[in-house]
Ligand binder design. Sequence first.
Ligand code: RP5
Length: 167
Amino acid sequence: MADTAANSPPVAIVMGSQSDWPTMRRAAEVLDDLGVTHVARIVSAHRTPDRMYDFARSAEGEGTKVIIAGAGGAAHLPGMISALTHLPVLGVPVQSKALSGMDSLLSIVQMPAGVPTGTLAIGEAGATNAGLFAASILALEDPALSARLQAWRAARRDAVAETPVDE
Ligand code: RP5
């Protein structure tokens, strides 16, 4: 079903390229696990700047609460979106081929004071944690989601064996 104005899912996952989706889908998967609805879109700061501008400017009015933005290389997307909206933006540095994601990380993390952009780890771990972070923000005002999030975390904790085994 198409999303309508002021009725968008609370989380928007945006990425600079189709090639980012294998990483960014980790955020979508953990949000699915937690029952948090979301939308995923390709929004490139460099190739589709008008789309990026329109997305960032309209996100709050459409009901978005948290934005997860992933990009690789010259990863300006999270920071540019942060410059255009006061919604929380969680940046995921996608692992690049040339520089293994260090370029992505440094492009996202070194924001000037006054334009905050959360920065997660490079790659799939960062995308998963961005999904969890988004859920924890929403859980502040959603006790049922808070309970699901705590259960998710507890299940991972309980799955850690106390002793290693030979594999
Ligand atoms: C960035 O350039 C994207 O976020 C992607 O990580 C990277 C490479 O994009 P493609 O050339 O694979 O489309 O804008």
